[in-house]
Design a protein. Sequence first.
Length: 191
Amino acid sequence: MPRVDTGMYVVETAEVFSLSRRELLSLRDWALSSRAVFVTSPSIATVDSTSGPLRLALGVGSLVGRERPPIPYRVTKSSEWVDGCVAGATEPRYLREAGEGVRARGVAVAVDYKDPPSLMLNSVRLEAVASRHAEGQPLLILLEDSTGAQLPLLALRGGEYIIEIPEGSAGDLLEYATSLYTSCGPTKDGG
Protein backbone atom coordinates (compact mmCIF):
# COMPACT_ATOMS: atom_id res chain seq x y z
CA MET A 1 0.00 0.00 0.00
CA PRO A 2 1.97 3.04 -1.24
CA ARG A 3 1.95 6.37 0.53
CA VAL A 4 0.76 9.45 -1.35
CA ASP A 5 2.33 12.67 -0.07
CA THR A 6 1.21 16.29 -0.21
CA GLY A 7 1.90 17.94 -3.57
CA MET A 8 1.69 14.82 -5.72
CA TYR A 9 -0.21 14.77 -9.02
CA VAL A 10 -3.44 12.77 -9.43
CA VAL A 11 -4.87 11.65 -12.77
CA GLU A 12 -8.39 10.36 -12.25
CA THR A 13 -9.57 7.34 -14.24
CA ALA A 14 -12.34 9.43 -15.83
CA GLU A 15 -9.68 11.51 -17.63
CA VAL A 16 -8.31 8.41 -19.35
CA PHE A 17 -11.47 7.28 -21.18
CA SER A 18 -11.51 10.16 -23.68
CA LEU A 19 -7.82 10.04 -24.62
CA SER A 20 -6.54 9.14 -28.07
CA ARG A 21 -4.15 6.20 -28.46
CA ARG A 22 -1.22 8.64 -28.70
CA GLU A 23 -2.29 10.39 -25.48
CA LEU A 24 -2.79 7.04 -23.70
CA LEU A 25 0.70 5.93 -24.69
CA SER A 26 2.14 9.25 -23.53
CA LEU A 27 0.38 8.91 -20.16
CA ARG A 28 1.49 5.28 -19.84
CA ASP A 29 5.10 6.23 -20.62
CA TRP A 30 4.91 9.02 -18.01
CA ALA A 31 3.56 6.59 -15.39
CA LEU A 32 6.24 3.98 -16.13
CA SER A 33 9.16 6.40 -16.17
CA SER A 34 8.03 8.39 -13.12
CA ARG A 35 7.09 5.22 -11.18
CA ALA A 36 3.58 6.54 -10.55
CA VAL A 37 1.18 4.66 -8.28
CA PHE A 38 -1.46 2.73 -10.25
CA VAL A 39 -4.60 2.56 -8.06
CA THR A 40 -5.76 -1.08 -7.82
CA SER A 41 -8.74 -0.63 -5.47
CA PRO A 42 -10.87 2.47 -4.80
CA SER A 43 -8.99 4.76 -2.42
CA ILE A 44 -9.50 8.19 -0.86
CA ALA A 45 -7.14 11.10 -1.43
CA THR A 46 -7.51 14.76 -0.48
CA VAL A 47 -7.01 16.93 -3.57
CA ASP A 48 -7.30 20.58 -4.54
CA SER A 49 -10.53 22.09 -5.86
CA THR A 50 -11.84 25.61 -6.43
CA SER A 51 -13.86 25.28 -3.20
CA GLY A 52 -10.94 24.05 -1.11
CA PRO A 53 -9.65 20.56 -0.25
CA LEU A 54 -11.84 17.71 -1.52
CA ARG A 55 -11.87 14.09 -0.27
CA LEU A 56 -11.94 12.29 -3.60
CA ALA A 57 -12.53 8.60 -4.25
CA LEU A 58 -9.85 7.51 -6.70
CA GLY A 59 -11.14 4.83 -9.03
CA VAL A 60 -9.24 1.76 -10.17
CA GLY A 61 -6.76 2.88 -12.80
CA SER A 62 -6.18 6.35 -11.37
CA LEU A 63 -2.54 7.43 -11.19
CA VAL A 64 -0.60 9.36 -8.55
CA GLY A 65 2.91 10.58 -9.26
CA ARG A 66 5.61 13.02 -8.19
CA GLU A 67 6.15 14.41 -11.71
CA ARG A 68 3.65 16.55 -13.65
CA PRO A 69 1.58 14.33 -16.00
CA PRO A 70 0.91 15.16 -19.67
CA ILE A 71 -2.89 15.43 -19.19
CA PRO A 72 -5.23 17.27 -16.75
CA TYR A 73 -4.56 16.48 -13.09
CA ARG A 74 -5.28 17.46 -9.49
CA VAL A 75 -2.76 17.99 -6.68
CA THR A 76 -2.88 16.14 -3.36
CA LYS A 77 -3.34 18.28 -0.23
CA SER A 78 -2.43 15.72 2.44
CA SER A 79 -0.48 12.50 2.92
CA GLU A 80 -2.45 9.26 2.78
CA TRP A 81 -2.12 5.57 1.97
CA VAL A 82 -3.77 4.26 -1.20
CA ASP A 83 -4.42 0.76 -2.50
CA GLY A 84 -2.12 0.54 -5.46
CA CYS A 85 1.19 -0.52 -6.87
CA VAL A 86 4.19 1.33 -8.21
CA ALA A 87 4.23 1.14 -12.01
CA GLY A 88 7.52 0.62 -13.81
CA ALA A 89 9.06 -1.87 -11.36
CA THR A 90 9.31 -4.53 -14.11
CA GLU A 91 8.72 -4.79 -17.85
CA PRO A 92 4.99 -4.96 -18.73
CA ARG A 93 3.83 -8.50 -19.59
CA TYR A 94 0.84 -8.88 -21.88
CA LEU A 95 -0.10 -9.89 -25.41
CA ARG A 96 -2.57 -8.11 -27.66
CA GLU A 97 -4.14 -10.61 -30.04
CA ALA A 98 -4.01 -9.83 -33.73
CA GLY A 99 -6.44 -11.09 -36.29
CA GLU A 100 -10.10 -10.94 -37.02
CA GLY A 101 -12.93 -10.55 -34.60
CA VAL A 102 -16.58 -9.63 -34.49
CA ARG A 103 -17.74 -6.02 -34.08
CA ALA A 104 -20.04 -5.79 -31.09
CA ARG A 105 -21.55 -3.18 -28.80
CA GLY A 106 -22.47 -3.68 -25.16
CA VAL A 107 -21.36 -3.42 -21.56
CA ALA A 108 -17.98 -4.59 -20.29
CA VAL A 109 -18.38 -6.94 -17.31
CA ALA A 110 -15.53 -7.96 -15.01
CA VAL A 111 -15.82 -11.67 -14.23
CA ASP A 112 -12.88 -11.64 -11.83
CA TYR A 113 -13.63 -9.05 -9.17
CA LYS A 114 -10.00 -8.81 -8.04
CA ASP A 115 -8.42 -7.94 -11.39
CA PRO A 116 -7.62 -4.18 -11.62
CA PRO A 117 -7.49 -3.84 -15.45
CA SER A 118 -10.90 -5.55 -15.65
CA LEU A 119 -12.32 -3.44 -12.82
CA MET A 120 -11.16 -0.26 -14.54
CA LEU A 121 -13.44 -1.03 -17.51
CA ASN A 122 -16.24 -2.77 -15.59
CA SER A 123 -19.70 -1.40 -16.50
CA VAL A 124 -18.34 0.77 -19.32
CA ARG A 125 -20.44 0.82 -22.49
CA LEU A 126 -18.26 0.27 -25.51
CA GLU A 127 -18.00 -0.90 -29.05
CA ALA A 128 -15.19 -3.26 -29.91
CA VAL A 129 -13.92 -5.77 -32.40
CA ALA A 130 -13.62 -8.77 -30.09
CA SER A 131 -12.59 -12.38 -30.39
CA ARG A 132 -15.28 -15.06 -30.21
CA HIS A 133 -13.21 -17.37 -28.00
CA ALA A 134 -10.98 -16.63 -25.02
CA GLU A 135 -7.38 -17.78 -25.08
CA GLY A 136 -7.42 -18.64 -21.37
CA GLN A 137 -9.46 -17.69 -18.30
CA PRO A 138 -11.78 -14.76 -19.16
CA LEU A 139 -11.38 -11.75 -16.85
CA LEU A 140 -13.46 -9.17 -18.73
CA ILE A 141 -16.25 -9.87 -21.20
CA LEU A 142 -18.48 -7.76 -23.42
CA LEU A 143 -22.14 -8.54 -22.81
CA GLU A 144 -23.44 -7.85 -26.32
CA ASP A 145 -26.55 -5.66 -26.50
CA SER A 146 -28.60 -7.33 -29.23
CA THR A 147 -27.86 -11.03 -28.63
CA GLY A 148 -26.64 -11.25 -25.04
CA ALA A 149 -23.52 -13.03 -26.29
CA GLN A 150 -20.49 -12.97 -23.99
CA LEU A 151 -17.39 -11.98 -25.94
CA PRO A 152 -13.98 -12.10 -24.24
CA LEU A 153 -12.10 -8.81 -23.96
CA LEU A 154 -9.33 -9.76 -21.52
CA ALA A 155 -8.11 -13.19 -20.43
CA LEU A 156 -5.31 -14.74 -18.39
CA ARG A 157 -3.31 -17.62 -19.88
CA GLY A 158 -0.38 -19.13 -18.04
CA GLY A 159 0.13 -16.00 -15.96
CA GLU A 160 0.11 -13.69 -19.02
CA TYR A 161 -2.64 -11.23 -19.87
CA ILE A 162 -4.19 -11.65 -23.32
CA ILE A 163 -6.06 -8.65 -24.72
CA GLU A 164 -8.69 -10.15 -27.03
CA ILE A 165 -9.37 -6.91 -28.94
CA PRO A 166 -7.13 -6.59 -32.01
CA GLU A 167 -7.96 -2.93 -32.71
CA GLY A 168 -9.80 0.15 -31.47
CA SER A 169 -10.07 2.36 -28.41
CA ALA A 170 -11.40 -0.36 -26.06
CA GLY A 171 -8.30 -2.42 -26.77
CA ASP A 172 -6.12 0.66 -26.32
CA LEU A 173 -7.64 1.24 -22.86
CA LEU A 174 -7.03 -2.38 -21.87
CA GLU A 175 -3.47 -2.20 -23.19
CA TYR A 176 -2.89 0.95 -21.12
CA ALA A 177 -4.27 -0.58 -17.89
CA THR A 178 -2.68 -3.99 -18.40
CA SER A 179 0.76 -2.60 -19.23
CA LEU A 180 0.76 -0.47 -16.06
CA TYR A 181 -0.58 -3.22 -13.78
CA THR A 182 1.79 -5.91 -15.05
CA SER A 183 4.77 -3.57 -14.65
CA CYS A 184 4.15 -3.41 -10.89
CA GLY A 185 6.05 -6.61 -10.16
CA PRO A 186 4.95 -9.85 -8.51
CA THR A 187 3.75 -8.42 -5.16
CA LYS A 188 1.43 -5.73 -6.61
CA ASP A 189 1.70 -3.87 -3.29
CA GLY A 190 4.21 -1.21 -4.24
CA GLY A 191 6.71 -2.68 -1.79
